[in-house]
Design a protein around this ligand. Structure first.
Ligand code: ATP
Ligand code: MG
Length: 405
């Protein structure tokens, strides 16, 4: 609010713009606030003490003066797109043109927080400026492209995924004409950078409405270009049953299982390779997804044949919660029984992962030099500890000695 007031006091027009207006009208907490103004980037920088340049050439300045960082952007019209990512040129312009460069009508609203003359639509008061029919679409719960959908998609095909993300997250419907254009041009998504596609998918799958997002992707024929693969006609029962707070790697693993990733280790590995590239997964995300896939298989098929020490070691692994969450979606009875068993292990003496009674230093003191034998002895001592066979350091050292240092 302070930033809008400061710009206005300096003689400029300034409004809240885009996603934050949409979210306020829907009584949701905006992730962040964007301000649109007729002040040019140089002028914005001169009016505030703490600013960062993100894209001055696109008319965007980050302002840190007023608590959380606010993106302050000069009203602009976008020129032609050739790299399908950013417009080649922009021209500074007025609020009407700025509304028309935005993707969907519900994302193209401005809020003048200082105008209290009309009927306030926002809980915080102020007047909404609607140049594209965004209020009508908010009321009708519709995602509709600003202008001709096919033209707007051709400028930036990522908008197809943004439509899906907003529809799923807000529980909105994609307007017929917009949905038709998305479906007709779905394959052209492959021209968009894999980073941007991956980032959109990350945001979709990390959100509780992930099942709706994936259903929409499939209905619009976007799943194949997103994953850079052939279309698969498959229901998604595991993904659909995930708990709301499932992590992104857990959601990826669930979706991969729905698409057959557990049918064989080769299929699992091939899926992982493909998705890593198609979605620009980080190494950590890829590793975690693989751990979950193999972990689900392990806890589902082999848990009963593991000894107590192995079970405790497994349940203490960083991926275990994610694997349990996916198992819960896949085989709820099995997951419930497993949770009970893990609970018992947790409440046994020492819990799942007690501090080892014997360390490498102890072995060195016993005259052993580091080598493969070291690890065998440490593992044996720790297994005995986890199984309750040894309870004190003295007992554990005795065991090591008896194994023949
Ligand atoms: P979120 O809550 O996910 O951040 P948002 O609507 O704020 O949603 P942003 O990606 O932060 O989305 O973008 C801010 C605004 O910029 C959007 O509301 C929209 O008006 C405009 N915008 C963003 N990306 C595009 C795009 N690819 N094409 C056209 N307009 C866009
Ligand atoms: Mg935003």
């Amino acid at each position: 609010m302070g930033i809008v007031v400061a710009l206005r006091d300096a003689g400029h027009t300034a409004y809240f713009a885009g996603g934050c207006v949409r979210d306020e009208l829907l009584a949701l907490e905006p992730a962040d606030y964007d301000v649109a103004t007729d002040a040019r980037p140089d002028r914005i920088r001169s009016l505030f003490r703490r600013t960062t340049e993100v894209g001055a050439s696109f008319g965007v300045v980050l302002v840190h003066d007023d608590g959380p960082v606010v993106e302050v952007a000069t009203f602009r019209a976008d020129g032609p797109y050739t790299d399908r990512r950013r417009p080649d040129t922009i021209t500074f312009s007025d609020p009407v043109a700025d509304a028309h460069r935005r993707d969907f009508t519900i994302n193209a609203l401005f809020l003048d927080p200082l105008d209290d003359t009309g009927e306030p639509r926002s809980p915080r008061g102020g007047a909404v400026l609607d140049h594209v029919g965004g209020l009508r679409d908010i009321d009708a719960r519709l995602i509709r492209a600003v202008g001709d959908p096919a033209t707007r998609l051709a400028e930036d095909h990522l908008r197809a995924l943004r439509a899906v993300r907003f529809a799923a997250r807000l529980g909105f419907t994609i307007h017929e004409g917009t949905a038709d254009a998305i479906a007709a041009h779905a394959r052209e998504l492959v021209g968009v950078s894999r980073e941007r596609i991956g980032e959109e998918l990350r945001r979709m799958l990390a959100h509780p409405a992930r099942a709706q997002a994936v259903a929409l992707l499939s209905a619009l024929g976007l799943d194949a270009p997103v994953l850079d693969t052939q279309p698969v006609e498959a229901p998604t029962p595991v993904l659909d049953s995930l708990p709301a707070d499932a992590t992104y790697p857990a959601a990826l693993a669930a979706w991969a299982i729905d698409r057959g990733a557990l049918s064989s280790p080769d299929h699992g590995r091939a899926t992982l390779r493909l998705w890593r590239r198609a979605l620009c997964l980080s190494n950590d995300e890829r590793d975690r997804m693989w751990e979950i896939l193999t972990g689900v298989h392990l806890v589902d098929e082999q848990w009963g044949s593991l000894g107590v020490a192995q079970q405790k070691r497994t349940a203490a692994r960083p991926w275990f919660e994610d694997a349990l969450c996916v198992l819960q979606a896949r085989r709820p009875d099995r997951a419930r029984a497993l949770s009970r068993e893990v609970q018992q292990l947790r409440s046994s003496p020492g819990g799942l992962a007690p501090t080892p009674l014997v360390t490498g230093d102890d072995l060195a003191e016993l005259g052993l030099s580091p080598g493969p034998r070291f690890k065998v002895l440490l593992d044996a001592a720790y297994d005995a500890q986890l199984e309750g066979g040894v309870a004190t350091r003295a007992e554990a050292l005795e065991l090591v000695r008896s194994l023949g240092v």
